[in-house]
Design a binder for this molecule. Sequence first.
Ligand code: B4P
Length: 194
Amino acid sequence: MFNLILFGPPGSGKGTQSEKLIREYGFIHLSTGELLRAEIARKTPLGLEARKFMDQGLLVPDEIVIGMISSMLDSHPGARGFLFDGFPRTATQAVALDRLLALKKTGIHLVASLEVPEEELLRRLLNRGITSGRSDDAHEGVVRARIEEYHRKTASVAEYYTLAGTFKTIRGEGSIEEIFGLLRQLISSSEHAG
Ligand code: B4P
């Protein structure tokens, strides 16, 4: 089993690269952003609660996303590997994920961090906001709040995995294919190291 976290600020290309990675490697894709948007679309109580935070560019409370990931892990008992996209986003989520994976006698093998300058993030997200219909991409204030929330709460996740020895950075600027090529190289060297 090989478990990968795709890490990086909002708009760094996690969702974009995830699509390519699951096609190539057959990972089970767990995107907390997508799971939350599906709950919002179905107007479930969880979705209505999550929306209050997402519309302001804030992170959804840890217990909500950890519960979602826990039940998704349980619903894929025979998985060859998981790709976590946008999770964990706080140190508390990272600790919880380690515990959940330990129960399944596995762990995280690689954390690939996409590094993109802030002005490029803003440009990409506001550009997506023109067509995506995503309320959290539509206003510059909300997009900036998401980036601030990343620095405030998510950057510490990088320290957690640096200590664990699994954290690797790659340049997240350039063509989508170029970045995918770098990710493939990282996965291949981590698989050989493991
Ligand atoms: P997410 O859905 O995770 O989305 P994201 O961080 O905004 O985007 P991502 O990095 O996936 O960007 P993408 O590839 O799409 O989170 C949304 C919200 O959900 C959060 O703000 C939070 O409120 C909540 N949430 C989610 N997970 C949570 C958690 N664990 N805990 C608490 N709250 C949570 O790329 C963006 C744009 O860039 C696209 O338009 C794409 O086409 C473009 N792009 C991608 N690669 C490019 C490249 N190489 N060059 C040019 N453009 C590129």
